[in-house]
Design a protein around this ligand. Structure first.
Ligand SMILES: Nc1ncnc2c1ncn2[C@@H]1O[C@H](COP(=O)(O)OP(=O)(O)O)[C@@H](O)[C@H]1O
Ligand SMILES: [Mg+2]
Length: 588
């Protein structure tokens, strides 16, 4: 019921837990004192020995007890709150730091939605475990023992009966726990799966709409949601039933204790006042444990969550390199690189490539041949490759991740623009960029004039840049990348799916950039790679051909074939466009 690893992790929280227990305990002592005062008064009344002073004193004790109780409750709540805050802070920090250490490749190990659920809801539940459950656990042991020690002076028999009944509650809890554990882990499993699909469907909503697959997805999600509802109901039913069981045990126990006290009174072993004291305090033996029981299920949820959190915290971290990269331009080399995402399916089957300083290297090949995989290896997103991947002679795994990030910029066909202004998005690459610098890169990508007709640098960008055209978005991403000013640039299909005009502009910028930077240019459109210093033609994870455009054309191999067929297709398309235009003009 106590997880030592959690407690150790959160040892800083301990003091608040101890404080909570102490305040609760003092409150209990106050309550006992007031009830004893009442008992004595009752005995006094029956013996007709009560004086005015006795009444005033009893009243005084009652008022003091109420004040003490009030203060203690307040202090206990505060301490418990402090414990909660502590838990949230420590756990979220740990998760965050772990994710940072897992680095760019964290997605290889865990799903984003799971991390989100863990650090939000999982942590909330653990907060209850520490803020409420743990203090209550200790208090509910301390309270019956305290009561026993004090009440045994009135009647050993009755207090013994009460004390003996107390463990029945934890026994019933343990019985419930056995059933709960399996149910709860299934519950969490279904919960994260539902979260996963929800996030994915939401992100892909537009695509789903386009293919009118939203209805099918809705049906699937409905089914998952139904499953989740069913298991939630099961969990709730289980919790409700176990609450009833605990109530029966608690109040049954108190009743048995009361009967024992009354029997003692009838037998003349205790006074009437003493009986009143036991009757009034009998339920106090059980109330703390009963309350513990009601936190218990939430705490169990917390336990299940903590298992998940520990699983994340225990994930093997990629070895962190410590090397830094030199200033100036950099060369890259891959030697006999093998890589697979999953067992028994090798994606890269021995790739060797060279990217000399300041060269413009292109990577072409059919979709799925492994181009983006290579780009992800270079930026540290794909770890666990075999072979050599070196920047300026340093193995990538030995290089610090921040260092890697600050020397390589990747522009993909779907690079992300954030909601905010143009300036916000540009400053991401260079926080201290001046207006002139920002305007300069916007000019380079031919966006400055357009933006000046809008709100300049203050022009708003909506989520994912949806208020810009595909070509404009991509040029803005390029401007941001230029601002980053790194020695290595990777363009992964950066000119795909955009208008011809933007594609030309982007190609011009890249060609200009290639004069000073090392560039890896990935494209399936061969017309754009003609000017490269070297072209690598990939096929199913192997370099099939390599050389300049002229050399590859001479080879008459797959590059030649692909180039000719693309050229034919494009001239066909443009001829038809011209033809169509002529037709249109005639018609007008
Ligand atoms: N995260 C991943 N997990 C498993 N397989 C992947 C993953 N990413 C890519 N692949 C597979 O690796 C192969 C190469 O993918 P990729 O490098 O993206 O190809 P390209 O960029 O050349 O189109 C494909 O068969 C793809 O299915
Ligand atoms: Mg790709």
């Amino acid at each position: 019921m106590i997880k030592t690893r959690l407690v150790r992790l959160l040892s800083h929280t301990k003091k608040y837990i101890v404080q909570t227990i102490i305040w609760q305990w003092i409150a209990l002592l106050g309550q006992i004192a007031s009830i004893f005062a009442i008992g004595r008064l009752v005995d006094g009344i029956l013996a007709q020995t009560v004086t005015k002073n006795n009444v005033i004193m009893t009243f005084g004790i009652l008022v003091t007890a109420i004040v003490i109780r009030f203060v203690c409750d307040e202090m206990a709540t505060r301490a418990s709150f402090a414990a909660s805050v502590d838990v949230k802070r420590i756990l979220r920090e740990k998760i965050y730091e772990k994710l940072l250490r897992l680095g760019a490749s964290y997605r290889e190990k865990t799903a984003t939605s799971e991390v989100v659920q863990m650090s939000a809801e999982g942590v909330e539940q653990l907060e209850i475990y520490f803020g409420k459950y743990l203090p209550q656990l200790f208090y509910s042991l301390l309270a019956p023992i305290t009561l026993f020690v004090i009440l045994s002076r009135i009647s050993l028999k009755a207090s013994l009966v009460l004390l003996v009944c107390v463990p029945l509650i934890p026994i019933s809890i343990v019985a419930v726990q056995k059933i709960a554990k399996r149910l709860l882990s299934k519950y969490w499993g279904l919960y994260t799966t539902l979260g996963d699909s929800f996030l994915e469907n939401l992100q892909g909503m537009t695509t789903l709409k386009i293919y009118q697959a939203d209805e099918q997805k809705a049906v699937e999600m409905d089914e998952e949601a139904q499953n989740f509802r069913k298991i939630t109901m099961k969990v709730l039913t289980m919790q409700l039933n176990s609450t009833s069981v605990m109530d029966i045990v608690a109040y049954g126990g108190a009743a048995v204790g009361m009967i024992a006290a009354i029997t003692e009174f009838i037998n003349g072993n205790i006074t009437f006042g003493g009986t009143v004291v036991i009757l009034l305090l009998a339920s106090e033996f059980f109330i703390p444990l009963r309350l513990l029981g009601s936190f218990f299920h939430i705490a169990m949820n917390g336990m299940a969550a903590s298992d998940k959190i520990f699983k994340l915290l225990d994930l093997e971290e990629p070895k962190q390199g410590s090397k830094t990269l030199p200033e100036g331009s950099l060369s890259v080399e891959l030697k006999d690189v093998h890589f697979s995402y999953e067992k028994d399916r090798e994606i890269l089957k021995g790739i060797s490539m060279e990217f000399p300083k300041g060269s413009f290297i292109s990577l072409v090949g059919e979709s799925g041949c492994g181009k983006s995989t290579i780009s992800a290896i270079l930026t540290g997103r794909n770890k666990g490759y075999e072979g050599k991947v070196q920047i300026e002679g340093h193995e990538i795994t030995d290089i610090k991740e921040e260092e890697l990030m600050s020397h390589i910029t990747t522009i993909r066909h779907n690079s992300y623009l954030f909601k905010g202004t143009v300036e916000d998005n540009l400053k991401m690459a260079k926080p201290d960029a001046s207006n002139e610098e920002m305007e300069e890169v916007l000019r380079q990508v031919n966006l400055l004039a357009f933006l000046q007709t809008q709100n300049g640098l203050e022009t708003k960008i909506s989520e994912r840049g949806e208020n810009f055209s595909g070509g404009q978005r991509q040029r803005l991403c390029l401007a941001r990348a230029l601002l980053a000013d790194t020695p290595i640039y990777i363009f992964d299909e950066a000119t795909s799916n955009i208008d011809m005009e933007s594609e030309e502009m982007i190609m011009d910028v890249i060609r200009e950039l290639s004069k000073t930077k090392t560039i890896l240019f990935i494209s399936h459109r061969l017309a754009n790679v003609v000017d490269s210093d070297r072209i690598y033609m990939l096929e199913e994870g192997i370099v099939k051909e390599a050389g300049t455009h002229e050399e590859l054309m001479k080879m008459q191999g797959i590059y030649h074939k692909l180039y000719e067929s693309q050229k034919e297709l494009e001239s066909y398309v443009s001829k038809h466009k011209a033809h169509d235009q002529q037709q249109v003009r005639k018609a007008v």
